[in-house]
Structure formats: structure tokens, C-alpha cells
Write a protein that binds this ligand. Structure first.
Ligand code: 4AD
Ligand code: MG
Length: 430
């Protein structure tokens, strides 16, 4: 008999099927056993009655423990009380792999314990739901850009120089030379968009950030589109269209997962374009009025982000930050070199910055001066300056943090649950 997956069970109503998976939970009552079977695509209750199975199957049933792997045959029966809508009436069970003293039980465990057992923790229904949302967010992102004629042009991970300031670089030896793990693919997307018009990269990026907050990973996935002849307004519009597309897709395809996560979906349903846009100066006035501990001219801290997003259902776009707190590559207002053509998207409900973007400096002289002012080695950026030397053009792009976006969509407070194997300041295992 061929294997049926629990996700496809509805089509098999009344049929005999074979399921393969692991015991998620079980209970017995006399001559009946109720097994919650998990196969990665879903969970189904299998009901085993002593009188309907061979002696050998009943004996297997007596030995089942959490996460034992089994092959089970039975008849699919519709049952409106079952979470999946169906249960399996078992005709026989075969043991595949025993599971002794599985460390994660349905009771509460501490964070450190769960992170130490991340390879097993992934089997639990909450983690399962988050990983499915992650998968669907990634697919939505690719579909969004595909439909708009973008080319996926991935950036290297070994890089010779910093993109986002030198303080958060992971350094590694490279055949007698130094290399750094990429903090952002942006510098490569800029020549990319000169070649192909509309491009994006999507992959892991690395920051040696000594921040132990719920929003920081040392390895996280970033999506970075870059578009030739797009200005800051276009950049903000692209970001809000993308976010709405992702949210709609998740509401369409991940209702079960959002339910498992007890996410208030009305919050997601309320996300609409255009997103509120607040000039940095206006944001400063707002924060002073709200009385957060903020110094105008600085970057926002978590409490400031929370205060700024308060009262909005959609992410808030803060634009035109002071030049001195932003990266060297950002273009400035034509009549005001102190103000950069930048934008940050702050998610609602305290989930913080999910997008950072800008229009790029397209004037070779100004860019060279900025590289000097930021104490960056000119030689390392020669190739980057070439983008301005041979047919310079206005262009813009942004970076969307995948795990922060997932944490907002899922309503999961900490980004460490939003990536399969999180890398944090004090965690490199498993
Ligand atoms: O704002 P950031 O630093 O922007 C850039 O790197 C630009 N070069 C992107 C571009 O324009 N192509 O990072 C972009 C986003 C942030 O808004 C945040 O969502 C996420 O990346 N991010 C992190 N996510 C998890 N852990 C960290 N340590 C993160 N640092 C940034
Ligand atoms: Mg940023």
C-alpha cells in the first residue's frame, strides 16, 4: 500500500489508507487506544480497538511512547469533533522506531532547555505552524517579485568590506587574507540593477551584534530588492505593496497555522495601503510629546518604535532620517545634506523595524567623500564607485528582515522561534 499524507486525508473518506509518522500524544481507556499521529503535514487521531486489530498490533500499541515512529493502516472516518475533521479507525499498526525518554513533554519547559533541544522542539505544533508560515512568506516574496519582472540575483556571503558599518562584522581568514560574512547584499544589487533593471537577493546575512534583544539574531535572512530609476517614493510604495501581498497570502493559506498560534487575525486583516508616512522631524516632535526617553537627532530605540506605531494597524513609514545616523551610501535631499532619503518601516504591536531602505547616492564625488568621512578603505569600494562612473542613474532599494516579519505576522514575540536553527550571541548549537 502506498503512503497517504494526513494533509490529503479528506479525499480518502471511507477508504483504507496507510499513514506513516510519529506518536504526538496518546491515551488508553480499557480496550480502546487513542493515538495522535503526526506526519509533518498534520495530526490525526487514530482510534484502535482491541477487537478490531491483530494481537501483534495491540502489543505494539501497549508499547507506544511519545515520538515512536509507526506505520498504521485503517479506514478514514469523518468526525466533525476532530480538529482535522477526520479520524482513522485502525486495522493494524507496525512499529518502525522506538522512542525512549523523549525530553520534550506537553508540559512547560524553560527557554534555554527548548533552545538546547531545538532539533526536537521543531516537532511541536507551535514550531510547526511558525515554520509553515515562514515557508509561505518566502514563497509569497518570490511570487511577488517574479510577477513584477524582477530577476533573483544572489549576492556573495564572503565579502571584502563592510556594507552597514564596521562594528558588526564577522571576520574570517581567507587564504592568508581577511574576509567578512556579508551584512547585506545591497552593494552587489546596485551594479545588479544597472545590469538587469529590477533585481533582488534573498539569503542569510550576518551581524556580530552584541544585542541580546528579542529582535536580534546574528544570522538572519534578508530580502533586498534594488531598482534602477526608482526614487524614495517608489521605494516606499514597493515596500508597502510587498507587505500587503505577503499578509494577504498568509491570511489566504495559513488560517490553521494562525489559529494554532492564537494570532488575532483581525489585526492582520486591518493592514492596508497606503501606510502612514511620518517625516523624521515630525516623529521627533511626536516622541517628545509622548514623553519617551528620546533625544532628537538619535536613532529610535524599542520604546520609541512602540510609541510611533501606537494607534496604527499598518506598519508606519518613518522617512528622511538625519544623514549622520545612517549608512554612507544614502543619497541626501538636494537642498539639505543633513537629511538622507531614507525610510524605515515599523511594524505594529511592538514588533519593531522590519524594513530599512533608501535612495542611493548616485554622484561619484559625493560618494567618495562619504567613504572618506566614514573611514572606509577607498580601494575596497573602487568597484562600487564604478556604478557611478559608467552611466550613473538614480536608484533605490530596501532590506526586509524575514524573521522580524514572521514574528509580527505570527504574533511570536521572539525572532529565535522564527528561524529553524537560531544563531544568537550566546548560541551556536544545535
Ligand atoms: O536596516 P538594515 O540594516 O538595512 C540594510 O542592511 C540595507 N543595506 C538594506 C538595503 O537597503 N538593501 O537591515 C534591514 C532589515 C531591518 O529592517 C531588520 O528588519 C532586519 O534587516 N535586521 C535584523 N533582523 C534580525 N536580526 C538582526 N540582527 C537584524 N538586523 C537587521
Ligand atoms: Mg535599519
Amino acid at each position: 500500500m502506498t503512503q497517504t499524507y494526513i494533509s490529503d486525508i479528506a479525499a480518502q473518506e471511507g477508504q483504507d489508507v496507510e499513514l506513516r509518522g510519529w506518536i504526538y500524544n496518546f491515551r488508553s481507556s480499557g480496550k480502546l487506544k487513542f493515538l495522535q499521529l503526526r506526519d509533518g503535514t498534520g495530526v490525526i487521531q487514530c482510534v484502535m480497538s482491541k477487537k478490531n486489530v491483530p494481537e501483534a498490533s495491540w502489543e505494539v500499541g501497549e508499547k507506544l511512547t511519545q515520538e515512536t515512529s509507526i506505520i498504521v493502516h485503517g479506514t478514514v472516518n469523518k468526525d466533525d469533533r476532530a480538529p482535522s475533521g477526520y479520524e482513522l479507525w485502525v486495522s493494524d499498526v507496525e512499529l518502525v522506531g522506538e522512542s525512549e525518554d523523549y525530553p520534550i513533554s506537553p508540559k512547560e519547559h524553560g527557554d534555554a532547555f527548548l533552545l538546547d533541544h531545538r532539533h526536537l522542539w521543531l516537532r511541536s505544533s507551535r514550531q510547526h505552524a511558525i515554520m509553515r508560515v515562514r515557508h509561505n512568506v518566502i514563497k509569497a516574496i518570490r511570487d511577488f517579485f517574479d510577477d513584477r519582472g524582477f530577476i533573483n540575483l544572489d549576492a556573495p556571503i564572503f565579502t571584502p568590506n563592510a556594507a552597514e558599518g564596521t562594528s558588526t562584522l564577522f571576520e574570517t581568514e581567507y587564504f592568508g587574507d581577511k574576509a567578512y560574512l556579508s551584512q547585506s547584499g545591497q552593494l552587489y544589487m546596485e551594479p545588479g540593477c544597472a545590469a538587469l533593471g529590477k533585481v533582488y537577493c534573498f539569503g542569510p546575512t550576518f551581524r556580530a551584534e552584541k544585542s541580546k534583544t528579542r529582535k536580534h539574531l546574528t544570522e538572519f535572512w534578508m530580502l533586498e530588492p534594488e531598482v534602477a530609476f526608482m526614487d524614495l517614493d517608489g521605494c516606499m510604495e514597493l515596500g508597502e505593496d510587498l507587505i500587503c501581498f505577503i499578509i494577504e497570502r498568509i491570511l489566504e493559506r495559513c488560517q490553521m497555522e494562525l489559529k494554532t498560534l492564537e494570532r488575532d487575525v483581525s489585526k492582520l486583516e486591518a493592514v492596508k495601503t497606503p501606510f502612514p508616512r511620518i517625516h523624521y522631524q515630525e516623529a521627533c516632535d511626536l516622541l517628545v510629546k509622548k514623553g519617551t526617553d528620546f533625544t532628537p537627532g538619535d536613532d529610535f530605540g524599542a520604546p520609541d518604535e512602540e510609541a510611533l506605531s501606537e494607534g496604527y494597524d499598518s506598519p508606519v513609514i518613518i522617512h528622511r532620517f538625519p544623514t549622520k545616523i545612517k549608512a554612507f551610501y544614502m543619497k541626501c535631499e538636494a537642498d539639505d545634506p543633513e537629511t538622507s532619503l531614507s525610510c524605515d518601516f515599523i511594524a505594529p504591536e511592538g514588533f519593531g523595524e522590519i524594513i530599512g531602505g533608501s535612495q542611493r547616492e548616485d554622484n561619484a564625488e559625493i560618494l567618495e567623500r562619504k567613504i572618506r568621512e566614514h573611514d572606509l578603505p577607498r580601494e575596497a569600494f573602487q568597484w562600487y564607485l564604478d556604478v557611478r562612473k559608467y552611466g550613473s542613474f538614480p536608484h533605490s532599494g530596501f532590506g526586509l528582515g524575514l524573521e522580524r516579519t514572521i514574528s509580527w505576522i505570527c504574533g511570536v514575540r521572539h525572532v529565535r522561534e522564527c528561524i529553524p536553527f537560531p544563531r544568537l550571541m550566546h548560541r551556536l548549537k544545535p
